[in-house]
Design a protein around this ligand. Structure first.
Ligand code: AMP
Ligand code: GLY
Length: 468
């Protein structure tokens, strides 16, 4: 009987009955069957992370409809795309109100830093993600570093500057000879799509980085302030945790591959692939990261009157003197989200809702597939520099049909009935395997099925796990 009602109710929506008719049907349905959920969820964003979120949320027993705004060619298969940009707060709010959205999940950082969560909460809507004030942890590297310093959380030593002159003077004083090695990292304060971080080896690299960020304003107003910090040496890992501001649920550690080319060569990208769990973060190290980084940052945010709820993403360098924070992000990592969610067995909606409601302490321990997973990013020719869009992609279905494989779309759209590339990072080919090397083998088998002119990927995703 319930299944029958379920079917009628979703048929009504699928047939695009008027919104008010659907709303009434849904209300009557809920009234008579309060134990059956009929939940509609909105995911905001259009990348691989949002495809993975929509795919996992659509598997929830409690969810009838998943919308993605604006989404991509892949999200429109696993969910329903809504043509609203992630930055259009007014239109997103109207859509959520008119369509009885019960939970909104914000994927990317920009709308979080712009206060989308505050807008939804002010209208009484449930939303997963941090407030504008809390999102400053990612929106301002100066704020983040100052807070890390105050809270005594291990991080690289640093100085912040408001002018190119002051920053250049600092470098010249510290490294007096023009040919002096200068192992520093120069970072634009604000959001710069992962590109505002320049790792330097020499004094001239550092002066050039300052010029690009603070004088030539290559990253716009993100470069109004900048940070110069000590260059750390070690292995990098991403540790993500879900928190409601009181309870912290740490997720298995993942490892991203930010440089464009094999062997970690070439320019930095948004991330060319990831795998999870990473053996470089042992259970003891994960406990240490929780105690030395995650717990203190959640407390520090509370003390700063910016209580944090949502996903806390700690980008870490595991140095010889312990884990140190490179950065905090205030959302799921992309591509880390894809292999993480591939392994998650607990209903994701239960987790996200508990974080939004402040009831994470009541949630049972999360269940994970024991098998590791890896995600290989396929990119457009020329990425991370300029690239051409609109090239037809073949083989996605054949790749998806392979066992334990899911192809998450990132920069794709439909043109004349074909999936075409529409961004730099185009697909996240993700696979499970009974070992990291088998997961890798399966992911690359799937990659081989997919073709488009100029499409490429790194060939060594997860090799660092096998080396260490
Ligand atoms: P971020 O966006 O701050 O995580 O920086 C992007 C990438 O730059 C990181 O993933 C690291 O590979 C590198 N990086 C950032 N800060 C440092 C640092 N202090 N030492 C060495 N590498 C760094
Ligand atoms: N994978 C890096 C990031 O999401 O920022």
């Amino acid at each position: 009987m319930l299944t029958f009602l379920d079917r009628i109710a979703s048929r009504l929506v699928d047939n695009h009955f008027s919104t008010s008719c659907v709303k009434t049907t849904s209300r009557i349905y809920k009234l008579f069957h309060p134990w059956v959920k009929f939940m509609k969820v909105l995911v905001v964003g259009n990348g691989g992370r949002e495809h993975a979120l929509a795919w996992k949320i659509s598997q929830s027993k409690r969810v009838s409809h998943v919308y993605v705004a604006p989404g991509n060619a892949g999200t429109n298969r696993d969910a329903i795309n809504v043509p609203i940009e992630a930055t259009d707060q007014k239109a997103l709010l109207e859509f959520a109100q008119q369509n009885n959205i019960e939970l909104t999940v914000v994927g990317p950082e920009a709308p979080l830093v712009d206060g989308l969560v505050d807008t939804f909460e002010a209208a009484g809507l449930k939303v997963f993600g941090p407030s504008k004030a809390a999102a400053e942890l990612e929106g301002s590297k100066v704020f983040c570093k100052n807070l890390l310093h105050t809270a005594n959380i291990p991080t690289a030593t640093y100085q912040s500057f408001r002018s190119a002159e002051d920053a250049s003077r600092y470098i010249k004083e510290r490294y007096p000879e023009p040919n002096d090695p200068a192992p520093v990292v120069v970072k634009a304060d604000g959001l710069a799509a992962g590109k505002g971080v320049i790792v330097c080896e020499t004094r001239s690299d550092a002066l050039d980085a300052i010029d690009r960020i603070a004088s030539r304003k290559e990253f716009g107003t993100a470069g109004n302030e900048l940070i110069i910090e000590e260059k750390l040496v070690g292995l990098e890992a991403s540790v993500l945790a879900i928190t409601d501001g009181e309870t912290i649920v740490t997720l298995p550690a993942a490892q991203d591959h930010k440089p464009a080319y094999d062997g970690d060569l070439g320019p930095n990208t948004g991330g060319m692939g990831a795998y999870c769990p990473t053996p470089i973060v042992t259970p003891e190290m994960l406990e240490r990261i929780e105690a030395e980084v995650l717990v203190p940052i959640v407390h520090a945010m509370k003390r700063a009157r910016k209580p944090f709820k949502g996903v806390l993403y700690a980008g870490l360098m595991l140095t010889s003197s312990g884990p140190k924070v490179l950065e905090f992000n205030v959302r799921f990592g992309d591509p880390e989200c894809q292999p993480l969610l591939m392994r998650l067995q607990t209903d994701l909606v239960d987790i996200l809702e508990a974080a939004a409601n402040g009831t994470l302490s009541q949630l049972n321990e999360l269940q994970w597939d024991d098998r590791p997973s890896i995600c290989v990013v396929m990119a457009s020719e020329g990425y991370p520099n300029a690239y051409e869009k609109g090239r037809a992609i073949t083989g996605i279905e054949a790749a998806d049909a392979l066992e334990d494989v899911k192809v998450f779309h990132a920069g794709t759209r439909i043109e004349d009935g074909n999936v075409v590339n529409d961004g730099g990072r185009v697909l996240g080919v993700t696979a499970l395997g009974d070992s990291i090397s088998n997961a890798k083998r399966q992911a690359y088998k799937a990659v081989k099925e997919i073709r488009w002119r100029g499409g490429w990927c790194r060939k060594d995703i997860s090799d660092k796990a096998l080396e260490n």
